[in-house]
Design a protein around this ligand. Structure first.
Ligand code: SF4
Ligand code: SF4
Ligand code: SF4
Length: 324
């Protein structure tokens, strides 16, 4: 019998959903556990930094890293884990594309702290200090990074497995392939080249849209394409590994898988998809001003088009003066 593979899971700036998703594969977890030894999983074990440091180079066969690179500590850990792992998998959209927390790139780290601790809290608590003296000694907090970047901008990544979080059907494909030395898996092979529209049960007719409406203002016909009904759905620009899980139950896709394979910028892809349907039936072309007018009906274009992928987009973060 071949030796068990050693695997690890690590979370950086994360919500916990990616960790829970690992348990979401029901009885398949038993097959996985039979094939592997989980040698590092802070969520379930209590390993110390020194334990990782003491590992041999390449000791971990497959290391799954989720969450965003929000703190200097995240960077230190992923660099260390890279040394200890043969393969690194960027697990979940935060790790692959910067994810939801990547929208923080529209602000500066100082502003985020200021907003979080001085304007939005209900309790008046202390503003976090980098260093505090307690009777046991000096406690320090890790520094926030200037901006969130995808994991692959920090370390070499062998495989991308996006999703917020990746769904059981993705893991059922990914785990056996990644754990089998005979199966070749390319870096982007776990990202679909089909969009959510391509796998959606609703047929998109690319009907002309005069403006986009908030979902709460529209009685959606469950049989008809959501975008055709004038409600923003990110299906045309989003990778479809989820089998269109959201539109299938009547909710627009919000883009959580990030862009389709080989597409760099999810937001640009969505803008092009929208530009081709904006206008009145029978009208050949809108003027640029008219297109802008329709675009204004999207309440938060950057937040909507790049909800999960701002750090991996061409824009990456807000540049220049932030004064409103
Ligand atoms: S990808 Fe989604 S589920 Fe995973 S850590 Fe990020 S926000 Fe949470
Ligand atoms: S409902 Fe959304 S995902 Fe489905 S076809 Fe329409 S735009 Fe595409
Ligand atoms: S339909 Fe869109 S938002 Fe829903 S799981 Fe799929 S990619 Fe994510």
């Amino acid at each position: 019998m071949s030796e068990k593979k050693k695997i690890g899971f690590y979370w950086c700036g994360a919500c916990g959903g990616c960790q829970v998703s690992i348990l979401d594969i029901d009885e398949m977890i038993l097959d996985v556990v039979e094939q592997v030894d989980i040698v590092f999983w802070p969520c379930a074990m209590d390993p110390k930094y020194e334990d990782v440091e003491a590992m041999e180079e390449n000791e971990i066969d497959v290391m799954f890293i989720n969450g965003s690179m929000r703190m200097e500590e995240n960077i230190e850990m992923v660099e260390l884990l890279r040394e200890k792992a043969k393969k690194v998998v960027a697990y979940g959209s935060c790790s692959v594309n910067g994810g939801l927390f990547g929208l923080g790139n529209l602000s500066t780290k100082d502003r985020l702290l200021e907003k979080g601790y001085t304007t939005k809290t209900t309790d008046e608590g202390p503003f976090p200090q980098r260093s505090s003296s307690v009777k046991e000694g000096e406690l320090t907090l890790p520094e926030l990074t200037e901006h969130i970047v995808p994991l692959e901008e920090i370390i070499d990544v062998d495989h991308h497995l996006p999703g917020c979080p990746p769904l059981p059907n993705q893991l059922e494909e990914a785990f056996p392939a990644l754990l089998d030395d005979e199966t070749e898996v390319g870096k982007y092979d776990l990202v679909s080249d089909k969009s959510v529209c391509d796998v959606c049960p609703m047929e998109r007719e690319e009907k002309k849209i005069e403006k986009l409406n908030p979902i709460q203002n529209v009685y959606l016909d469950p049989e008809e394409c959501i975008l055709d009904q004038g409600v923003l759905c990110m299906g045309p620009a989003t990778a479809g590994m989820c089998d269109a899980a959201c539109p299938e139950v009547g909710h627009p896709c919000v883009g959580c898988n990030g862009p389709v394979k080989n597409v760099k910028d999810q937001g640009s892809r969505m803008s092009s998809a929208l530009a081709s349907v904006i206008g009145a039936e029978g009208e050949e072309k809108k003027t640029e001003e008219e297109v802008m007018e329709v675009m204004k009906s999207i309440r938060d274009p950057t937040g909507s088009f790049y909800m999960f992928s701002l750090p991996s987009s061409i824009m990456q973060f807000r540049r220049g003066d932030l004064d409103e």
